[in-house]
Write a protein that binds this ligand. Structure first.
Ligand code: HEM
Length: 374
């Protein structure tokens, strides 16, 4: 086995030697948000994994030659560990669709919880998958779902991630039963499972993410702020590589779940059925009359009729901005179109930051619990 580790290790070390005294931009080719390259032989895969290890090793500051022996040792240990993670991932590629279906089923099994929110962990699992992916920056390929860096401080304590500990802790039980799965694969699979089990669209999903280290954590401020509007949404989502239509489709995930005063400060659900995946978010945006809620909390909208629903200022911008509105209207009028576009864009979201070489070929479409029992 050691012989197999060596090329990746050397590649990683090589990149870093060349990169002394500067911050190394992460590896720039072959990331999942780029067009896939043709050819998928095992050789290419292993080569790509070595490159991925190089990217892992090269994505942070490399110590200069005047580093102390202890610092150099730590540095080498880090490169070795990262190459090891990638090599481990290669081994997991022997796991087939059936193994991942078992993990999916275990997650599906734990979704319903009577005394939690609206009775389902689905929404908070979707938010975990999204926040662990939405840190991506296309300029330097940093962030994204590859390293599951929300396990570490400071990212676990970023304000935007308040409340996601609940999701991480629940999923830890799945990790105990299937220790071979990476956290990035587990969290994104949980998002897919939550969408599908809530009667949402089938979302193709591929395994291959590797566990990273705390030095891969991204800076605070990469996720959107609900108090802001269209210009901010474009700044944030264009940075990840999304266009206007994709921003609107992704926002439709707010059909599910709710805001919590002890997490974001905002309060309440967007729809009357927060545990079912529908296009109601778009319908309600246009069908209801929305007014500012009179309360002591942050500025948010409430539906004038029942005063039981909410919209964030960022949500309302989808009805105000001309380009956003066009897509939001289309999704309000056509649930099938929304489902199709959401499946595509959610799949794109959860693959951000993952070198394509780490994936093991075609995506799996996993079966819902209902489909398996019928
Ligand atoms: C467009 C920019 C977005 C903003 C400003 C935003 C903001 C928020 C806020 C403030 C919350 C409430 C958190 C809490 O208090 O628990 C929330 C919850 C949620 N968000 Fe977003 N979000 C955005 C995009 C997305 C995207 C792209 C997805 C998924 C594709 C998503 C999925 C969810 C879900 C499912 C919840 C409910 C979580 C729960 O019930 O625990 N959001 N979002």
């Amino acid at each position: 086995m050691a012989a197999r580790f060596t090329p990746a290790f050397r590649a990683a070390a090589g990149v870093r030697v060349a990169a002394r005294r500067q911050v190394v931009p992460a590896f720039r080719r072959g990331f999942a948000n780029e067009a896939p390259k043709s050819g998928s032989s095992n050789g290419l895969l292993i080569g790509g994994l070595a490159a991925a290890a190089a990217a892992a090793g090269g994505a942070y500051y490399f110590l200069a030659t005047d580093a102390t022996p202890k610092e150099r040792l730590m540095e080498l240990e880090t490169v070795g560990k990262e190459a090891g993670e990638v090599a481990k991932a290669t081994l997991h590629m022997k796991k087939g669709k059936d193994e991942y279906q078992k993990v999916y089923n275990k997650i599906a099994d734990m979704l319903e919880v009577d005394d939690y929110d609206d009775g389902s962990l689905g929404p908070v699992f979707i938010r975990l998958a999204w926040h662990s992916s939405g840190t991506y920056n296309k300029e330097d390929n940093s962030g994204g779902s590859n390293y599951a860096t929300m396990r570490f401080k400071p990212e676990s304590e970023h304000g935007a991630n308040n409340g996601l500990k609940i999701a991480r802790e629940h999923l830890e039980k799945v990790k105990q039963e299937f220790p071979w799965i990476s956290y990035g694969d587990l969290w994104t699979l949980a998002g897919v499972c939550a969408v599908q089990e809530a009667q949402g669209p089938k979302v193709p999903w591929r395994p291959g993410r590797v566990d990273g280290y705390d030095h891969h954590c991204t800076p605070d401020g990469r996720l959107p702020d609900g108090a802001k509007a269209q210009d901010h949404l474009r700044d944030i989502f264009y940075r990840m590589g999304f266009n206007d239509q994709e921003i609107v489709a992704l926002s439709g995930a707010h059909a599910m779940g709710r805001c919590h005063t002890d997490r974001s400060g905002f309060d309440g659900p967007w729809t009357f059925s927060p545990t079912t995946f529908t296009n109601d978010y778009f319908k309600l945006l246009f069908d209801e009359k929305w007014s500012w809620r009179k309360w002591n909390g942050p500025a948010q909208f409430t539906d004038s009729k029942t005063k039981s629903l909410m919209m964030l200022p960022s949500d309302m911008s989808l009805t105000k901005d001309k380009e956003f509105k066009k897509h939001a209207k289309a999704y309000a009028n056509d649930a099938d179109l929304f489902f199709k576009d959401f499946a595509n864009v959610f799949n794109k979201l959860i693959e951000l930051g993952v070198p394509t070489a780490q994936f093991q070929g075609d995506a799996y479409t996993l079966k819902t619990v209902d489909e398996q029992s019928s």
